[in-house]
Structures are given as C-alpha cells and as structure tokens.
Design a protein around this ligand. Structure first.
Ligand SMILES: Cc1cc2nc3c(=O)[nH]c(=O)nc-3n(C[C@H](O)[C@H](O)[C@H](O)COP(=O)(O)OP(=O)(O)OC[C@H]3O[C@@H](n4cnc5c(N)ncnc54)[C@H](O)[C@@H]3O)c2cc1C
Length: 395
C-alpha cells in the first residue's frame, strides 16, 4: 500500500477540522482531512446553529468576532448561501448575580467594538414579541449575532477547501498512529496510510479516543443535548425570533431556519452519555422542556412537536476548547468546543492555521492551552457553558 505524505493530516470533518482545512489549503499547505463518518455527521451537523460574539472570556470573544465577520460575508465572498439569519441573540437574567455576569461580559465585548447592549424587560417585546418577561430582571442583546444552517456551513467550508486543493476523505476512520521518538510518523485510516508532517486532532467528542492512540488523555466528556421543533396553532410564517438563552430556566430557542414560524428549542444541562454518534433523542425530557418553553413563550405552550433529535456536546471542565501542540512535537489538538463550536471554531481556524504554519497568532491562545487544565489555571466561560449548566442542573 502506498503511503500518502502530506504537510498536515486533519482527523475529523466537523466545524473544527473543516474550517482549518479551508484556511490551510488557502495558504498553499498540502492538507488531507479524514473523517470516520461523513462530513458534519458528528456534533456539527446536529446542533442549533447559534453563532454569537457574546462570551465572557476574551479569546472566545475574539474568535467569535472573526467567525461572525466570516459568516456575514460568506455569500458575498464565495457565492455560497449558508442561511445566516442575522436576527440577534438575547440572554435573559433573573437574578442580580446573573445580571452582573452579563453586564461584565457586555463591557468586555464593547471594548472589542461589539454592539451588544443591556436591555430592560420593558424593551424586550420589541425584540421577541409575546415573550413573558415578568420574572426577568435584565438581559443582554447582540444585534449582529444569529444562527445559520450548520450543515450548509460545513459543506461550504468543504467546497472551499477542495477548490483550494485539500484532499477530503470520508468514511475513513483513523485506527492507529505510529510514533518514532517524539513524533508521529504514520497514521492508518481506513484502507489508507499517511505520513504527515503534522497531525491535527479535531475529532470533537471522540478526540480523547484519538489521543489514547498515542497514549495520552484529553479531559473531554460526552454529553447529550436534545433539540425539538415546536409548531404553534397560530403559526406566524416569516417571523424571525432571535436566539434566546434563558439563564435561570436554561431553556433556549430560536426560529426554525426555514422560517415557517416554528421554534427550535432545548434545555441546557446535558447529561453524561457514551460517545455513540447515533445517540437518540431523550423524549422523556420533552414534557419538562415544553413546560419551560411555554412558560417563557406562552404562544408555544400547547405547540405540536414536529421533530426531535439529539447530538453530543464535547465538554471540557471549563467550557473552553483545548487548542495547541500537545503531547508530541507534531500533534496539535483543536477540540472540546463545549457547546459553542459553530460560533468559535470558524474564527479560531485562522489562528490555528497560523500556528500550524509556524506563524505567530494575532492574539494569545493561552486560555485554550491544555496546560491550563493541568495547572488548574481554569478561567471558565460563564455565558451558558455546558459544564456550568450541568452543574446548575445538578448533573
Ligand atoms: C444539540 C446541540 C446543539 C448545539 N448548539 C450549538 C449552537 O447553537 N451553537 C454552537 O456554536 N454550538 C452548538 N453546539 C456545539 C457544536 O455542535 C460543537 O461545539 C461543534 O460541532 C464541535 O465541532 P467539532 O468539529 O469539534 O466536532 P464534530 O462536529 O463532532 O466533528 C468531529 C468529527 O470527527 C470524526 N471522527 C471521530 N473519530 C474519528 C476517527 N477515528 N477517524 C476519523 N474521524 C473521526 C467524526 O466522525 C466527526 O465528524 C451544539 C451541540 C449539540 C449537540
């Protein structure tokens, strides 16, 4: 069997891998991406598609800014429609403590030029008509955030990557990695063999399995997140409800991407589950989820549920990804986006591609380094992080 030499071999064709493949190919790097399933069949094709710049941690904010810039200009730049609905993102706080977190985050976001602002309950009806706000203390609204069709974004990046020369191989699972000295010298994937100068572990919730192939351990856990589509009796097609995150009750929702007036919704606080890519929806959680949705959006209290599915969220202990050279001289990790990969990974890909090419990044990635977890230098992402939510839900 011939061995395919390349500059960079990326393992995983979700948003983390495919956006880096596109960046590297654009810079003339000989890049191969392998995925054990098909592109976007992991978490990236199953999520809610929310993209935001509203974070509490500076690195996430900077990556979020670059992601949104890219997403907003995608159609003009490439001619590809990724169904970006730029209708905003609203966080709701019920307690002074939650309000203080939002306020601190907005101040930081504003320093980077993001147009987020605090909003009083009285102003919210103009943003989300018909939403109940009598138990809301304050909120923060980002008018330039929104949501996309996640599968369209994945396939758009794949098209760009291929056009610029990347080789993308689907149904090609990595099964073993050979090391000599402190370097990976060969990767076996499906019926193929690769001799890459560098390897990127972008296998999402399965990244710990890849790390184990080199005898290392990554603290990324697998959590199930359920999503449902609710169609009310008085359907209002063409209504675009922003992404709403209710911090106290953990319910989140936004209009269905097709614009038929349905809402996509779920409840934060994902349960620990095995990393089965075909994880089924936990329908037992629906009555509670629908109650929380109806409490916030009374029009949807008795809505028909037309669809439900689940995906795996790849959570780190502090809800920030693990990014950088890890364990070996040529093994790079880009995984653990903890429920906000669609919004963070595309922007961050620019910096990851720079590091892989030996170029200095535009901003520090220290908050995302593996070593922070080892040294307990953990500064968590306060705004709706998966682990933070799980703790709040007592899971
Ligand atoms: C229900 C739900 C809702 C979410 N909502 C949002 C949201 O609104 N906004 C947001 O930003 N994020 C959201 N997320 C999180 C987001 O989906 C993830 O952060 C993101 O998709 C992670 O991307 P990834 O590329 O790291 O992983 P993945 O998309 O899982 O990609 C990893 C890939 O690696 C491949 N792989 C695994 N093992 C191997 C192997 N041995 N060899 C080769 N390939 C392998 C897999 O097949 C997979 O395609 C949500 C997640 C879920 C589940």
């Amino acid at each position: 069997m011939t061995v395919r030499a390349c500059d960079v071999l990326i393992i995983g064709g979700g948003i983390a891998g495919i956006s880096v493949a596109s960046e590297l190919a654009g810079a003339g790097v000989d890049v191969v991406l392998v995925d054990g399933l098909s592109l976007g069949e992991g978490s990236s094709g199953k999520n809610a598609g929310g993209v935001r710049q509203q974070f509490s941690e500076e690195t996430n904010i900077r990556a979020g800014i670059d992601s949104l810039k890219r997403i907003d200009g995608f159609r003009q730049e490439t001619g590809i429609d990724i169904a970006f609905r730029k209708v905003g993102y609203l966080f709701l706080a019920a307690t002074p403590e939650q309000g203080a977190i939002l306020e601190r985050a907005v101040r930081l976001q504003n320093r980077f030029g993001i147009r987020t602002r605090m909003v009083a309950p009285g102003e919210m009806d103009a943003i989300v008509p018909g939403m109940r706000t009598d138990d809301v203390l304050i909120g923060s609204f980002g008018p330039d955030d929104g949501y996309i069709d996640p599968k369209k974004l994945i396939h758009a990046f794949a098209r760009l990557a291929r056009e610029k020369g990347a080789e993308i191989v689907e149904r090609c699972p990595v099964t073993s990695i050979r090391i000599a000295g402190n370097r990976i010298v060969e990767v076996v994937a499906g019926a193929r063999r690769f001799a890459p100068a560098a390897v990127v572990n972008a296998a999402g919730v399965w990244a710990p399995r890849i790390a184990r192939m080199i005898g290392a351990d990554l603290p990324i856990t697998s959590r199930r997140s359920n999503l449902w589509v609710a169609r009310p009796a008085d359907i209002n097609p063409g209504e675009w409800i922003p992404q709403v995150i209710d911090v106290e009750t953990r319910v989140f929702f936004h209009s269905e991407i097709g614009g038929d007036g349905s809402l996509v919704f779920g409840v934060g606080g994902a349960e620990l589950v095995p990393d089965d890519p075909n994880i089924p929806c936990n329908w037992d959680k629906l009555p509670d989820g629908l109650k929380r949705l109806g409490n916030r959006m009374p029009r949807f209290a008795g809505a028909e549920i037309t669809r439900g599915w689940a995906g795996l969220v790849e959570a780190t202990p502090d809800d920030n990804p693990i990014v950088g050279w890890t364990f070996l001289d040529n093994f790079y990790t880009n995984a653990g986006f903890s429920g906000h990969g669609m919004g963070v990974a595309p922007g961050l890909a620019v910096q990851v591609a720079k590091e892989l090419r030996g170029i200095a990044t535009d901003y520090s990635l220290e908050a995302f380094r593996f070593e922070r977890l080892e040294k307990d230098l953990v500064k968590g992402e306060d705004l709706f992080g998966v682990s933070v939510n799980a703790k709040a839900a007592g899971i």
